[in-house]
Design a protein around this ligand. Structure first.
Ligand SMILES: Cc1ncc(COP(=O)(O)O)c(C=O)c1O
Length: 384
């Protein structure tokens, strides 16, 4: 038996997506920029995918640029926007709970001489609009705050934040990699000028993503080469990946509410029983305003990395938000930015469910986790 409870890291490819991709990995192998029939067959696949994604996001196909994933979309948004704006606006505001793709792009800009403000979140994992208001100035070019956090699932008040940014003449970018397929995305209501998405979090292939760019917003390309994707993202298109992304979005459009209803019921059951059996357990992130598939908990008194490895031995796959830097394990930057003490941050585990998560997997996890946690807690007490 195994339980894959790490869908925020990546999801399995939906078999229907695989079927849609296959022709583009075999007979329809043309270069989408070639004028002959083989090229046009590939071009058709790319443009059909663009239409499907645009349709679901309620934008025009021409507003989307395909990228190699969420990381590149985030980099293109943050660096591309900052570097295309003039000397009057050299200030960037990002939340401290962003994915590394945004945070590291921001740090890179800082090294280049841009002013950057990192805004922490509240204890509930939510970035407060007032904190953004205090950070934004007339020199701010861009504000970047994610739609839903990958570690806690906390949904951010992007609508209010975009209003604050735009009122000061700044652009607003949101990383919607973890909200796509989980909660509705209404780009107009959010007020996003730039929005990042990725295929492999929604049962599509790895290495495909897109950036929505509002008409009139100028971005400086990060790479240089051919004329693909309006010169913003040159390079021969990942045709099969893009086709798979389009199919994955089409499937999300038809069934994400149903998928998430199921995931929510299973997540809630997992949470309730873990809290009951293993107190003290702390839920990290706003319980009411969370994407339905995510549960981040700290098992007080033990180390999350150790728990992860022990669960792995039982074929239960979860995640910690910690990062390995220079050989030592650093606790999650997201939990620390919420003001969670280091010990509790180190005790955190993220469970993330999806379309294919079964009742049997949750049963299995609930049977295996309690004795492991109890054993590790005992061992930790003896060690002290
Ligand atoms: C919020 C968020 N942004 C960006 C990314 C990066 O996306 P990709 O893996 O497609 O580069 C991820 C994936 O881990 C994510 O969770």
């Amino acid at each position: 038996m195994e339980a894959y409870l790490d869908c925020n890291s990546t999801t399995p490819l939906d078999p229907r997506v695989f079927e849609a991709m296959k022709p583009f990995l075999t007979g329809r192998f043309g270069n989408a920029s070639s004028f002959h029939q083989k090229g046009q067959a590939a071009r058709h696949g790319v443009e059909e995918a663009r239409e499907k994604i645009a349709d679901f996001l309620g934008v025009e196909p021409g507003d989307l640029v395909f990228t190699s994933g969420g990381t590149e979309a985030d980099n293109l948004a943050v660096k591309g926007a900052m570097e295309s704006l003039g000397p009057k606006r050299r200030h960037l505001v990002v939340s401290a709970i962003e994915h590394q793709a945004v945070l590291d792009a921001a740090r890179n800009l800082k090294e280049k001489g841009y002013a950057v403000t990192f805004v922490p979140a509240g204890a509930d994992g939510v970035v407060k609009p007032d904190a953004i208001k205090n950070a934004v100035t007339d020199q701010t070019a861009l504000v970047s705050v994610m739609h839903a956090n990958n570690e806690t699932g906390a949904i951010q008040p992007v609508q209010e934040i975009s209003k604050i940014a735009r009122a000061r003449g700044a652009l607003f970018h949101t990383d919607a990699v973890q909200s796509l397929g989980k909660i509705p995305i209404d780009i107009e209501a959010i007020g996003a000028d730039l929005l990042s998405v990725s295929a492999h979090k929604i049962y599509g292939p790895k290495g495909a993503g897109a950036l929505y760019i509002r008409k009139g917003v100028k971005l400086k390309a990060l790479t240089h080469g051919g004329h693909q994707e309006k010169n913003i993202r040159p390079g021969t298109e990942n045709v099969a990946g893009i086709v798979g992304f389009g199919k994955a979005v089409e499937l999300v459009a038809g069934q994400y509410q149903k998928d998430m209803e199921k995931a929510r019921a299973l997540r809630d059951r997992l949470e309730k029983e873990l809290l009951k059996k293993l107190a003290p357990v702390r839920v990290n992130g706003d319980e009411a305003r969370r994407v339905p598939n995510t549960l981040n908990v700290s098992f007080e008194g033990l180390d999350g990395e150790t728990l992860l490895m022990n669960l792995d031995l039982k074929n239960i796959y979860v995640s910690t938000g910690s990062a390995c830097t220079a050989g030592s394990v650093e606790p999650s930057h997201v939990l620390l930015a919420m003001g969670i003490p280091e010990g509790l941050a180190r005790a955190a585990i993220r469970f993330s469910l999806g379309r294919f998560t079964t009742e049997a997997e949750i049963d299995y996890a609930l049977a295996e986790i309690p004795p492991i946690v109890e054993r590790l807690r005992k061992a930790a007490t003896h060690a002290h």
